[in-house]
Design a protein around this ligand. Structure first.
Ligand code: AMP
Length: 400
């Protein structure tokens, strides 16, 4: 998909509204615990500053539910930004209104103004037209660099683009779309494998359905594997099963077979006598999960089979851990997969908060081709859904 990117838009002297994803994790004292999201947006902001734009930066943070709630103020971000950008940053007390407009009027080329949390106004999540128009009135150019929020039809993502003449994608947005498209393209470099794990089948079964034509092999681990195993008549004890997904799981497996896609489920398991980091654990083959025990990780034989597939692959997309990796005793399967992907020469994409955390835990984040910043946005992209934030940029491009 060709999008107009920031590089193709004249910015000098223009008021440029950049929608970023500064929805950073914070501890109970309001201290930011991970600044990755801020760092990811820095290239677009810096580029606009260097081109002599008046840079207006806007984001949501948490779920203040349309009301001003100081716990969700972006001021901690405003304090971190100058250190990351190497430039001073002013903060507005709101994201719309007379006083914000006056602040923007007083901006000089190269100045940066961070607006307060967009979600302090109910109009943001409601994609309200008058709120969208108010946001649009603040700027001449709209740039969306918030891939992590691109699946939301919110005012600062979708509504605003209806009232702007010039809209485009920032560098992060562009990179996300290019990489995800490369990983899921109609004809990816083959063998192409998709590794899915995590807790919920219902979250991911749509992805399997959408990508069956694009992948040669599916490797399924994590809690979601047990719904498939149960569907196949394997005894899974007290392991995670989504009973209402069993039929769909069966249909998915037979469709994969029909299309000649290799569909690999775990053949052995690390099980615990309870769902607990200190549980007694043992390795059992399929059929050997005791009725009161819980499968918490893929077993060593499964790891070996998965690793053989990963070594051969040219394209790898991974979403969802192979086990309860937050508990050290059950992290081995996930860590092994992360390391194997890092060692492979394939074009590799890792998406989803937990999976990214696992890759960092394994110490191999810098050897993955693309680590996606999106959670829900990645899932929807992989499912083939159209994302409002991306569509809004594309439609505008085609109108011109
Ligand atoms: P998701 O958000 O669907 O990707 O799920 C991630 C979560 O799945 C992590 O918190 C893991 O602890 C959890 N998970 C992975 N494997 C299992 C398992 N076998 N049983 C229960 N939870 C699991």
């Amino acid at each position: 998909m060709v999008l107009r990117t920031i590089e193709r838009i004249p910015l000098e002297g223009k008021r440029v509204f950049i929608r970023v994803d500064f929805n950073v994790p914070m501890d109970e004292y309001g201290t930011i615990t991970d600044t990755t999201r801020i760092e990811n947006a820095a290239p677009t902001i810096t580029y606009a500053v260097e081109r002599g734009a008046k840079v207006i930066v806007a984001s949501h943070l948490g779920r203040p539910k349309g009301k001003v709630d100081r716990r969700y103020s972006l001021s901690p971000v405003a304090r971190q930004l100058p250190g990351i950008l190497g430039k001073p940053v002013a903060m507005a007390e709101d994201c719309i209104g007379q006083r914000v407009a006056e602040k923007i009027d007083g901006m000089k080329e190269g100045d940066i103004l961070l607006l307060e949390n967009l979600r302090f106004h109910p109009g943001e999540e409601a994609n309200d037209a008058s709120f969208s128009r108010e946001l649009a009135s603040l700027a001449d150019v709209y740039i969306n660099d918030a891939f992590g929020a691109a699946h939301r039809a919110h005012a600062s993502i979708e509504g605003i683009t209806r009232y702007m003449d010039v809209v485009g994608a920032g560098f992060l947005m562009k990179k996300e779309i290019d990489c995800l498209e490369r990983g899921t393209a109609a004809n990816p470099e083959r063998p192409s494998i998709m590794i899915l794990g995590g807790a919920k089948v219902s979250d991911k079964i749509g992805i399997i359905g959408h990508l069956l034509n694009e992948v040669n092999t599916l490797l399924i681990g994590g809690g979601m594997a047990y719904t498939f195993l149960k569907a196949g008549g394997v005894k899974v004890g007290k392991s995670l099963v989504e009973a209402d997904q069993v039929d769909q799981a069966l249909r998915t497996v037979s469709e994969a077979n029909r299309k000649g896609v290799k569909f690999l489920l775990p053949i052995d398991h690390v099980v615990g006598d309870r769902f607990d980091p200190k549980a007694t654990k043992k390795v059992v083959p399929n059929g050997g999960i005791p009725s009161e025990w819980v499968a918490m990780d893929i077993g060593p034989k499964t790891v070996k089979i998965f690793l053989d597939e990963i070594r051969e692959a040219k394209t790898i997309v991974w979403n969802g851990p192979m086990g309860v990796f937050e508990m050290e005793a059950f992290a081995q399967g996930t860590i092994s997969i992360a390391k194997a992907i890092a060692q492979s020469k394939a074009f590799s994409i890792v998406g989803g908060g937990d999976t990214v955390a696992a890759v960092k835990m394994a110490g191999v984040a810098d050897r993955i081709s693309h680590i996606s910043t999106g959670g829900g946005a990645v899932l929807e992209f992989l499912e083939g859904k159209s994302l409002p934030g991306i569509e809004a940029l594309r439609e505008r491009r085609e109108e011109r």
